[in-house]
Design a protein. Structure first.
Length: 280
């Protein structure tokens, strides 16, 4: 996800500001309700995943170090075309910082290469953006597995979800809620870890709900810095979230690991190859 563009503006609760077109709203609504990759999410214990879109440097240094201190690992969804670039709100991590994330056990996930708005891409363009991003990220980390995708700006479409299902094991949106029971793996729910949208009390409430329902709770944010952008959080808020998970004994795992733990183990007869990005 990332804040706004000239054509749309997405709020962290998944709603769309008026600049979004009727078509965009309809696509998002359909993407939300028409499951294209349904699966039964039923982890043995509740899980939390912390995800950071666009990989601002501070999320990859300050944020990753905080996760490490808590024995947690995060997922960073990266647009290869933005690596090392200065944005309005932050500087995106460079190659060395991304490689260090991978070395330390954090997950590198995929956005589109140029942070393109997915519903605006046809199938061929989405595949091309994915391949280009894979190639760019593998220039940084040779052989990098890319299992997880997040929709830039949080917008998906039914068509895109079908395409992405052949490329990634999961795609994450920004529709809030818990992942449990019958779940669309190509539109995982996620909740903002953003200073202006949440606070420790809300986070505690979500974790209590995850505990009660034995669910997989995903957070998404961007920068982690004392004076964050409207799309990021302070180290204090991330620290509080990690502490709240720790107090409840909820493991903090990457999205790829969360998915492995959330899905029932396949029976031997079901062990057919799953789609993975390297095949495309
Ligand atoms: Zn983004």
């Amino acid at each position: 996800m990332r804040r706004s563009s000239a054509m749309l503006s997405v709020l962290p609760d998944g709603t769309v500001e008026p600049v979004a077109s009727v078509r965009t709203r309809l696509q998002q609504r359909l993407a939300r309700h028409l499951r294209t990759a349904p699966a039964l999410v039923a982890p043995d214990m509740p899980l939390v995943s912390f995800t950071f879109d666009d990989a601002p440097t501070c999320a990859c240094t300050t944020g990753a170090a905080m996760l490490d201190d808590h024995g947690a690992k995060g997922t960073y969804y990266i647009s290869g075309g933005l690596i090392g670039q200065r944005d309005r709100y932050w500087t995106v991590a460079d190659d060395a910082e991304i490689a260090a994330l991978h070395t330390n056990g954090h997950e590198i996930g995929s956005h589109t290469y140029g942070h393109a708005f997915v519903p605006g891409l046809d199938r061929a363009a989405l595949v091309a953006e994915s391949r280009r991003n894979r190639d760019r990220l593998r220039a940084t980390v040779p052989g990098l597995p890319l299992e997880s995708f997040a929709f830039p700006y949080g917008f998906g479409s039914v068509t895109a979800k079908r395409t992405l299902a052949g490329l990634y094991r999961s795609s994450r949106g920004i529709v809030p809620g818990l992942n449990v029971g019958r779940t669309d793996l190509q539109f995982l729910r996620a909740n903002p870890l953003m200073e202006v949208w949440t606070d420790p009390a809300r986070i505690a409430g979500l974790m209590d709900a995850a505990l009660a329902r034995r669910a997989w709770l995903i957070f998404y944010g961007h920068d982690v810095v004392d004076r964050p952008s409207p799309y990021g959080c302070t180290p204090g808020l991330l620290s509080a979230a990690l502490r709240l998970a720790g107090d409840r004994g909820i493991p903090c795992v990457t999205v790829a690991e969360g998915l492995r733990r959330a899905l029932p183990a396949p029976s031997p007869a079901d062990r057919s190859p799953r789609p993975t990005h390297p095949t495309r």
